[in-house]
Structure formats: structure tokens, C-alpha cells
Design a protein around this ligand. Sequence first.
Ligand code: SAH
Ligand code: DHB
Ligand code: MG
Length: 223
Amino acid sequence: MPADDPQLARVDAYIEALFAPEDDVLRENLRTAERAGLPDIQVSPSQGKLLYLLAKIAGARRVLEIGTLGGYSTTWLARAIGPAGRIVTLELDPRHAAAARASVDRLANAPAIDIRVGPASDALRAMAAAGEAPFDLVFIDADKVRYREYLDLCLPLMRPGGLILADNVIRDGRVADVLPLDDNARGAHAFNAAAAAHPRLESIVVPVIRRYLDGLSISRVRD
Ligand code: SAH
Ligand code: DHB
Ligand code: MG
């Protein structure tokens, strides 16, 4: 979905055409999601490429995703980590999970992809209790009001030096309000404040172009 602002749309189209052209697999992923009636709210192609590069730079093998939708961001991450890795991705809505399953089952050279259906908080607590092996990278992209909770719940699941990424942390600049009025902006505002101040994290937010100006936060867990 292009940006509303024509200048931002032009810049994003330029970056996308040069660095993140969509291929048949990504297009088929979006067609599957559309046919299943899923909302068109996945990361942009440029953002997908950024996730891919961050995962590669981090040398990530074990990835946790919170918010699967139709598996579009999962596909970018799967391509970065390759067949020796593993992705655990958490999704509340069984219809979203089913569309994602159909799409990721078509991927070649993919890691093991474990889609867990249910509230993400429950799954995160269950993983901690089960002594799940540590993750190298977490991508938080589910319900914005719980981002702060997800940060707390996923930190014990991370290896030292691991990366925590979170989508939608700028929300058209509404996060910069002292007291954001809408729930989602308030959720992102609380998350950003926690990521900035957390003694175990070093963090930044990178603005990204979506329908409006949004952002991806990047945090590294201290060794
Ligand atoms: N990461 C995806 C987009 C995710 S959209 C991509 O870029 O391709 C957000 C997803 O989070 C939706 O599919 C929604 O159903 C899911 N979600 C919302 N609340 C949730 C919860 N409490 N637990 C797990 N998933 C949730
Ligand atoms: C929307 C966008 C997202 O990236 C997301 O994770 C959830 C909702 C939206 O534009 O509504
Ligand atoms: Mg998102």
C-alpha cells in the first residue's frame, strides 16, 4: 500500500524498485492472503528487505515472530536464515495462521517454520516455562497495546547479543505526543520509552515509509 503523501510514495517506490523488487513467491504470498480476506497490513517490501538484512547481519538461526498474518514478513526472514534455521511465529487468528501455513509450505530452502495459534502472551510464557532454546532475533508485530508486555516476555527468551525488532513504533508521529490519545500510539509510546531506557538494551528507532510515516525499532540485548 503506497504512502498517502506523494513525495514519500515517490521515495519509497524508488527504494523499492532498486533494492526490494517483489518476485513471484512474494506476489503469490500476497495473493493467497488477499483471497483469504486478510487485511493488507504486512510490512512493505523495503521493510521486508531491511528485516532480511538485519537477520543476515546478525547471523540469526533461530527467529521468533509475534504476529504472523499471512506470513509475508515470515517469508523475508525465512530467506535470510535458510534451511538450517527455525522460525517460531505466533498468531491469534486461525484464519491468518492457515493462510500463512499454505504460503510458507510452498517456500523452497526454508527453515522449519512453527506457526503457533493463540494469544502471543500465553505462547511466550509457555516457551519460557518449557526452557525453549534462546532466539537470535525477535520481530514484534502483533497487537500494539501489548508491545511493552511482549518486550518483557521475550527478553528472557533471547540470547545475549540478540536483536529485538518491532514494527509500527512511529504511527504517523502520534507516538511523539506527550500522552498519545489512541491506544495503539500509546502502546508504541510505552514500548519506545522502555526500549530506550532498558538497562539490558541498546536501541534506536528507524523511520520507515508506510501509508504514513511509521518506524521500526531495533534493540540489541547486551552481552
Ligand atoms: N508480521 C506480519 C503482519 C502482522 S499484522 C507481516 O508483516 O507480514 C498483526 C497480526 O497480529 C495479525 O495477524 C493479528 O491477528 C495478530 N495478533 C493480534 N493480536 C494478537 C495476539 N494477542 N496474539 C497473537 N497474534 C495477535
Ligand atoms: C496496521 C499496520 C501494521 O503494520 C500492523 O502490524 C497492524 C496494523 C495498519 O495499518 O492498520
Ligand atoms: Mg506491522
